[in-house]
Design a protein around this ligand. Structure first.
Ligand SMILES: *[C@@H]1O[C@H](CO)[C@@H](O)[C@H](O)[C@H]1NC(C)=O
Ligand SMILES: *[C@@H]1O[C@H](CO)[C@@H](O)[C@H](O)[C@H]1NC(C)=O
Ligand SMILES: *[C@@H]1O[C@H](CO)[C@@H](O)[C@H](O)[C@H]1NC(C)=O
Ligand SMILES: *[C@@H]1O[C@H](CO)[C@@H](O)[C@H](O)[C@H]1NC(C)=O
Ligand SMILES: *[C@@H]1O[C@H](CO)[C@@H](O)[C@H](O)[C@H]1NC(C)=O
Length: 323
């Protein structure tokens, strides 16, 4: 009989769907430890998603936390470091800096963000980096200062991370930062835990002496917004019609014109510029630090990393000796 065929299919497809759903539920209840089940554990149905496969820097952290089954409660944070394709050494360095931090109770994905590649060697080298680390976002734009790269970044994210796995929002918070800023992820996460996951604008308020986050805007050293504002940037005409100018200030203009961010958090003085040379924006290195900015050379990085004892947990081994 011809008619039985579509009927059966109508039955099979929903069953299959519910079976997958059931597996997902089962997987999230149980502590799934197997890599190949991880995708099911996170309920990523599509095999075509390129962005999910591995968030290399935090991959092991993610696996750990999925294994401990608290993953859907974790804060999900995307840190986008705006940089240029040719900054290979800087990216390598920052991968070490962030790859050696594993904040508890959070999934922090660090990605490097730049515009279209322009040189032949980049097409090979950046492709290799992606194959190895998968932590790069290439936006559809031409590299620019003050011509809308920040807009392209935020407004591209909803599409890029749409349906990349079962979780919504894909990230609770999205950050924009620079490659001369050092974030201490554990402190960042701790500072975010009590804050709203809606309509939030977090950072170091400009001007430097100001402590009022409802005036002006957050410094480009690193600011963070909740996912609803990311979607608003994509959908609203306000940012679209006002792209040119100093990007972080322009960002603050959008927020003001759009009456967004009723929740704001001024992270000063846990965020600050490196103490030297002293200005009104600097602060001494101190334990209560979320971010240090203007790490413009190796000496400043080393002083900062030493201060925070980042190598204290080096495991002993017969293979090396570091006095
Ligand atoms: C996705 O799965 C389909 C069918 O199972 C297969 O034909 C296709 O090649 C897969 N795509 C990728 C990128 O693995
Ligand atoms: C997950 O559990 C293992 C042991 O079961 C533990 O060693 C690890 O520290 C836990 N990870 C987190 C992020 O709590
Ligand atoms: C960026 O590259 C893509 C494909 O490689 C191209 O379609 C697009 O037009 C380019 N965008 C710009 C702004 O050059
Ligand atoms: C995700 O993308 C699909 C197809 O591109 C679209 O139909 C859907 O509305 C999008 N969903 C969200 C939440 O943006
Ligand atoms: C670094 O380690 C030293 C010596 O153990 C300690 O006195 C200091 O408080 C630590 N610094 C920070 C920022 O934790």
């Amino acid at each position: 009989m011809k008619s039985s065929k579509p009927d059966r299919r109508r039955f099979i497809i929903p069953s299959f769907f519910f079976m997958i759903l059931f597996l997902c539920v089962l997987a999230s209840i149980n502590e799934v430890r197997f890599d190949n089940l991880l995708r099911f554990g996170r309920c990523a149905f599509a095999n075509t998603t390129t962005n999910t496969a591995s968030h290399s820097i935090s991959n092991e952290v993610v696996i750990d936390q999925v294994a401990n089954s608290s993953s859907s409660e974790d804060i999900r944070i995307l840190i986008g470091i705006l940089t240029l394709p040719d900054q290979y050494h800087r990216r390598h360095f920052l991968r070490m800096i962030y790859g050696t931090q594993s904040p508890v109770g959070a999934q922090v994905d660090v990605k490097f963000v730049f515009c279209n590649l322009t040189k032949e060697d980049q097409k090979v080298l950046v492709a290799l980096e992606i194959m190895r680390y998968d932590d790069i976002i290439i936006l559809n734009c031409k590299e620019n200062m003050n011509k809308g790269k920040t807009y392209t970044y935020f407004s591209s994210l909803p599409e890029m991370f749409n349906s990349s796995d079962g979780l919504y929002p894909p990230y609770h918070y999205v950050m924009k930062t620079d490659d001369d800023t050092y974030f201490r992820l554990e402190n960042l996460v701790a500072s975010l835990k009590p804050l709203s996951r809606d309509d939030l604008y977090y950072g170091y308020v400009i001007p430097c002496p100001s402590m009022d986050p409802f005036v002006h805007y957050m410094s480009g050293m690193g600011y963070l917004i909740s996912w609803d504002i990311v979607e608003w940037i994509k959908d609203s005409d306000i940012p679209k019609n006002h792209l040119e100018g100093p990007e972080d200030k322009v960002f603050g203009d959008w927020i003001r014109e759009g009456h967004r961010a009723k929740n704001r958090y001024n992270a000063k003085w846990s965020m600050y510029n490196f103490p030297e040379p002293p200005t009104r924006c600097t602060h001494e290195l101190w334990p209560d630090t979320v971010a240090v900015h203007l790490l413009k050379n190796q000496e400043k990085w080393i002083r900062t990393l030493k201060y925070f004892n980042v190598t204290d947990n080096l495991k002993p081994s017969k293979l090396y000796h570091i006095p």
